[in-house]
Design a protein around this ligand. Structure first.
Ligand code: NAG
Length: 147
């Protein structure tokens, strides 16, 4: 594991900030909502995806060069998946982008399920391809108990 990843992982565990969710807390929520094994993706993979996309920041909003925005813990894009009423959206998840930022993560997980159900799975996320895909990921669940 790269030292910069390790350091930001450590700090994300220490942050007491409404916006940033603790790694094991996130694992619990993902497990409860049956994300574990969904389309074959393990909790390790979901945690890696959330970390590389948002640093576990539930309320992260990022503007892209094309004018679309990415929302929440999985950085879900407004051109395709949700509607933020700022530019054209296909709105494949049939939801408001702001709901994806809800602290209970229900909409974020529901939309992420829709996205990974497509033929490219987690490869829909560029950061996943760059930092998670094909790497050893078992350390993401280290110290976490989900039940
Ligand atoms: C989380 O994301 C929000 C919105 O992008 C940002 O304002 C905030 O600073 C971020 N929090 C952390 C701890 O990075």
């Amino acid at each position: 594991m790269r030292i910069d990843l390790l350091l930001s992982l450590a700090s994300s565990l220490l942050v007491v900030n409404g916006q940033v969710i603790n790694r094991c807390e996130l694992a619990k929520i993902l497990h409860k909502e049956h994300m574990d094994g969904f389309e074959g993706y393990t909790l390790n993979e979901w945690l890696c995806l959330a970390f590389v996309e948002s640093n576990f920041n539930i309320s992260k909003v990022h503007e892209n060069a094309d004018g679309s925005y990415d929302y929440g813990i999985f950085q879900i894009n407004s051109h395709f998946w949700c509607n933020d009423y700022k530019s054209h959206s296909e709105n494949f998840c049939h939801m408001d982008c702001k709901d994806i930022l809800d602290r209970n993560l229900i909409s974020a997980m529901q939309c992420a399920k829709k996205i990974v159900s497509g033929s490219s799975g987690m490869k829909n996320w560029v950061q996943w391809i760059l930092h998670c895909s094909g790497r050893p990921l078992s350390h993401w669940m280290t110290g976490c108990r989900v039940e």
